[in-house]
Design a protein around this ligand. Structure first.
Ligand SMILES: Cc1cc2nc3c(=O)[nH]c(=O)nc-3n(C[C@H](O)[C@H](O)[C@H](O)COP(=O)(O)OP(=O)(O)OC[C@H]3O[C@@H](n4cnc5c(N)ncnc54)[C@H](O)[C@@H]3O)c2cc1C
Length: 633
């Protein structure tokens, strides 16, 4: 904490958000839109919705979160639909559970559009300040202070400090206290958090160099074009025509054996392998050094050259993040196919920063030790704009609901990817930056990106972030899909010659018995569209709804089984556990489980069952004690 005696009372708010990154923006907008007097503080207005790393939104698992943020009434999807420069649906050759939208953002425009959104938002103030102290009384948040001298009283404080908290960038032997790409680090708040008893750890992440487009030999690369038909991220834009958007290209190229040679020869000068970096890095966004070490048999690696914005010639070299010394970077970047004459505009670097142990948070993201204190985004150990936005929204909503005295919004593992993200972080914590992936979601077939609105819009409406009109429109969509599925069950085809002739033309086997269109759609070789020929009175459903109908029918069996699993899951979730209970009072629990239960203080038996070290036998003991009322006091 910066000792200064010129502090002054600067105002009183319902909610103060520390950070204007992807988490802070969603948190601030949510509480302001719920009618609460809200303030966003940031060390730099240039950091508003900044993309210090990959200039894209979405991708496997991340696209699901963006859609969920949208369905709940958040902002990220709306703004990226206004600022994307390339759009692709990934994994379309696989099942619908892993279809994921990924778009290239014009990161300069995305920042500008989000900053304007914040500036135009009623009930929301923005102020460029660095927070250095949190004040609390009897375990409850009362205010925060800035190094510039301001004191803001508040009922709720949301910490969304990203990669800035004691940020340190490293490029080989060079290191400097700094936030991303030269923005100022926040160097005081960590002391205040530690004084409050939060154990901080160091995580790290890295980014590649930015290169000059004019210095790239694109003829040596493979062009990657955007999809002809653009699928919007926001459900508000469903059916909108984006064909007028001129999409930018990305370019696929490869490292060479020479790249590997230079990197392996200089590994000892890398902060990671030279041992002068403490932070733990992301397994799923490895640096090029990591890849060379972890995949020794592979001589070359894919590299994607991506545009950052229409207003700059800087390009992002995806797949080559590094913290090797600059001179080494100059050498090995030139060995990448097409980059023989490359001009590096910004060197690659790694950044180390402070983060907290999220097992100290409820699934509302409120601290278990300080009432009214919430944490969201990278400070929680996650990695990614989308993961941050999802957490920011939930923290903002719950800060608002608590102040209004309303029930919290807790998304569980069967509701949403955001629910899985927060449950993993608050139940298990994380040993490295946590990136969302579809494989983390056991109920992914029912939690697809295409049905996020059907799953969550009602919750967004309940908390006051989704309008009645939008909610009713979603109810109408749900009903239309259900009616259509029912209608298809009632259209029965009989094994007549002309019917079977058409079926054979469609490449499927003839009917032996009467069958509904519903059952025919289940045949892998048939689709909702291909069976239109047998269905003259078909309602003119929008394309998005047709996809829903087909998916629900084709995967009906799997979905039904998953729904049964979800029922079992929810049963355990419904068994709530008391907040501050001393589990050493319970006979029959393993010693390790007592320690873990007392450390994490799970909110439900379901959450307890996901704590590593707590066995099914322990869960039975808890269920019995709950029944006998022993866990009441
Ligand atoms: C070099 C680098 C590489 C990355 N690589 C990847 C990657 O490969 N994959 C990936 O998924 N993600 C990556 N990221 C992470 C991605 O940028 C973050 O996940 C995302 O930006 C987190 O959003 P956030 O809202 O939590 O924080 P940020 O976007 O970091 O925003 C934090 C905000 O807090 C403010 N702030 C901090 N401390 C204070 C204070 N004391 N007082 C006032 N304001 C404060 C800052 O001004 C800023 O507005 C990378 C980030 C960096 C910097």
């Amino acid at each position: 904490m910066l000792e200064n005696n010129y502090k002054y009372k600067a105002g009183s708010y319902d909610v103060v958000v520390v950070g204007a990154g992807h988490a802070g923006c969603e948190a601030g907008l949510a509480s302001a839109r719920m009618g609460l007097k809200t303030l966003i503080l940031t060390t730099s207005m240039e950091s508003v919705a900044d993309m210090p790393c990959n200039p894209n939104i979405g991708g496997t698992g991340k696209g699901h979160i963006v859609r969920e943020v949208d369905a709940l009434g958040g902002q990220m999807a709306i703004n990226i639909d206004k600022t994307f420069i390339q759009s692709r649906m990934l994994n379309t050759s696989k099942g619908p559970a892993v279809h994921s939208l990924r778009v290239q953002a014009d990161k300069v425009k995305y920042h500008q559009v989000m900053k304007k959104t914040l500036e135009d938002q009623e009930n929301l103030d923005l102020f460029e300040q660095e927070v250095d102290k949190i004040n609390y009384k009897d375990g409850k948040i009362v205010s925060c202070e800035t190094i510039q001298g301001a004191i803001f009283d508040t009922k709720a404080l949301i910490i969304a400090t990203g990669t800035y908290l004691n940020g340190k960038i490293l490029i080989g032997e060079f290191e400097k206290t700094s936030g991303p790409h030269g923005l100022q680090a926040a160097t005081y708040l960590s002391d205040s958090l530690e004084e409050m008893g939060f154990k901080l750890r160091r995580f790290k992440t890295g980014t590649p160099a930015r290169i000059d487009r004019k210095s790239v030999h694109f003829d040596k690369t493979e062009v990657q074009k955007g999809d002809r038909e653009v699928i919007p991220f926001s459900f508000l834009n469903e059916g909108e025509d984006f064909s007028h958007i001129k999409q930018e290209n990305c370019y696929l190229t490869y490292t060479s054996e020479k790249t590997k040679e230079i990197i392996m020869d200089n590994l000892d000068r890398s902060p990671i392998y030279g041992g002068f970096i403490k932070g733990v890095g992301p397994r799923y966004c490895p640096s090029i050094e990591d890849k060379m070490v972890r995949f020794p048999d592979r001589d070359i690696h894919q590299v994607f050259i991506e545009p950052e914005s229409l207003s700059t010639d800087e390009m992002y070299v995806q797949g080559v993040s590094s913290s090797l010394p600059q001179e080494v970077q100059m050498d090995f970047y030139k060995t990448i196919l097409g980059l023989e004459d490359v001009k590096i505009i910004r060197p690659a670097y790694a950044i180390e920063y402070d983060m907290i142990d999220t097992r100290k948070l409820y699934r509302t993201l409120e601290s278990k030790d300080y009432e009214g204190l919430y944490f969201a985004g990278q400070i929680n150990g996650s990695s990614g704009y989308e993961e941050a936005a999802g957490q920011g929204l939930i923290a903002g909503i719950n800060a608002g609901l608590k102040i209004k005295g309303e029930d919290p919004l807790i998304l569980d593992r069967s509701d949403a990817y955001i629910g899985v993200l927060i449950d993993d972080l608050t139940t298990k914590g994380t040993k490295e930056p946590y990136r969302m992936m579809t494989s983390r979601c056991e109920y992914r077939l029912t939690m697809r990106q295409d049905n996020a609105d059907l799953r969550l819009t009602e919750k967004g409406y309940r908390v006051g972030l989704v309008s009645k009109e939008r909610y009713e429109k979603t109810l109408g969509k749900k009903e239309a899909i259900e009616n259509e599925i029912q209608r298809l069950k009632n259209i029965i085809l009989t094994p007549k010659d002309e019917t079977n002739k058409v079926l054979e033309e469609l490449g499927t086997s003839p009917l032996k018995n009467a069958l509904s269109l519903y059952d025919l759609i289940k045949r892998p070789e048939l689709t909702y569209e291909s069976l239109r020929i047998f269905d003259e009175n078909r309602p003119d459903l929008p394309r998005f709804q047709q996809i829903q109908v087909q998916t629900e029918i084709k995967y009906e069996g799997y979905i039904r089984k998953q729904m049964a699993d979800i029922d079992k899951f929810k049963k355990l979730e419904e068994h709530k556990l008391p907040k501050n209970y001393d589990y050493s009072k319970i006979l029959g629990l393993k010693k390790e489980s007592v320690e873990k239960l007392n450390e994490i203080k799970p909110e439900s038996v379901g959450q307890a069952s996901r704590i590593s070290g707590v066995s099914p036998a322990d869960i039975n003991v808890l269920l019995i004690r709950l029944k006998t009322g022993e866990l009441d006091g």
